[in-house]
Design a protein around this ligand. Structure first.
Ligand code: 13P
Ligand code: SF4
Length: 354
């Protein structure tokens, strides 16, 4: 997308002034106008690792959403400051599990007598509070690129997993990659008494899935897959594991944003791809691979951008960089010490996964 040349020049100047004091991270779902200023781009796993690997940067400017900036704050040292250019860049999925609701859920599991054998596994897309809960109760964080390894690890520690907050990633990983059946999974609804489950149902399940989802990926349907196959014969359907189970089951390939990019890099010229993930990334991939003769289309043309990822635009980035260059720390994301220590435990378990 065309970006205002004046703003581009200002961003460049502010970044130059800051030099190695600033490190800009950009998630793959960010706008082109923002991603051009990222020192590193990646999926949420890669960005968490990259944030931790930059001890010399005083400021980490996180072009992504709130939970990612929190994770970066947790993984960086105390004197490094993490900045989110627009504080309204949240994530509706992360908001679907609050600390209060999760504590209540744990009580329900305790009443069913299963907390001793249940290991929490929380998707990166969750608040620092949920990560702290996870760390406190012996669990780990996962991302869409290591969910299977996280579940393998969790089932070595216990008999059941409480998977937060994305039911789809939990179910897709359990069924597609771990050989479980749909009947091994139950869904805990935080808006119903006892999660809408009986103690027998809880005791009978291997995977207790939190009733959360991504509103962007949730809009892809089985019809989207069938329609694109009809429209483009021979198309490869490649979707993110935040999509519903029926979509993932009908797709040819499933993986994180980083996986999607690698798959297209490795694809032969002449191949055709329909991608089920956020639109900024798909558009960028379509432009990038067209000259190589790889056709990349959006899985469903009615699905749109992630509105909170899109909150970070060039004006906000310029404002953040110029403020930092003038010595004003703005929009710092800071997790309190106690939450941080438990959340860090859970994140470090993830980083230590084989
Ligand atoms: P990944 O970057 O880990 O694939 O996650 C996608 C996502 O929804 C981030 O919000
Ligand atoms: Fe959250 Fe979905 Fe947006 Fe990712 S794409 S930030 S999961 S709402």
């Amino acid at each position: 997308s065309p970006s205002d040349p004046d703003l581009v020049a200002r961003a460049r100047a502010a970044k130059e002034k800051l030099g190695s004091k600033v490190f800009v991270l950009g998630h793959h779902y960010q706008r082109d106008e923002v991603i051009q200023f990222a020192d590193v781009t990646g999926d949420s796993f890669k960005l968490a690792k990259d944030a931790a690997a930059r001890p010399e940067a005083e400021y980490i400017v996180f072009c992504g959403v709130h939970f990612m900036a929190e994770s970066a704050d947790i993984l960086t040292s105390d004197d490094q400051k993490v900045v989110l250019p627009d504080l309204a860049a949240g994530c509706s999925m992360a908001d679907m599990a609050t600390a209060e609701q999760v504590a209540e859920c744990w009580d329900v599991l305790a009443d069913a007598g299963i907390t001793d054998v249940t290991v929490p596994v929380s998707y990166m897309n969750s608040s620092a509070d949920i990560k702290a809960f996870t760390g406190k109760h012996g669990g780990t964080i996962c991302t869409s690129s290591n969910a299977k390894r996280a579940l393998d690890w969790a089932f070595e520690q216990g008999e059941k997993v409480l998977f937060l907050p994305d039911q789809h990633l939990g179910r897709n990983t359990a069924v597609r990659e771990m050989g479980m059946s749909l009947d091994d999974c139950v869904v805990y609804n935080p808006h119903k008494p006892n999660g809408g489950l009986t103690a027998e149902q809880l005791r009978g399940a291997k995977m207790i899935l939190w009733r959360g989802h991504c509103s962007v990926h949730g809009r892809f349907s089985l019809d989207s897959v069938n329609d694109v196959r009809e429209r483009i014969p021979g198309v490869n359907v490649l979707v993110h594991p935040e999509c519903k189970h029926e979509v993932v089951a009908a797709a040819d390939h499933v993986g994180s944003t980083e996986y999607i990019i690698k798959a297209l890099e490795a694809a032969p010229a002449g191949s055709k791809w329909a991608i089920g993930t956020e639109l900024n990334l798909v558009k960028r991939l379509a432009d990038r691979f067209a000259p190589e003769g790889k056709e990349v289309v959006f899985l469903d043309r009615t699905v749109c951008f992630c509105s909170t990822m899109n909150r970070i635009d060039l004006p906000h980035l310029v404002w953040a960089l110029e403020s930092l260059a003038e010595g004003n720390l703005v929009n710092q994301i800071q997790v309190d010490r106690e939450t941080e220590s438990f959340a860090k435990l859970a994140l470090e378990r993830m980083l230590a996964l084989p």
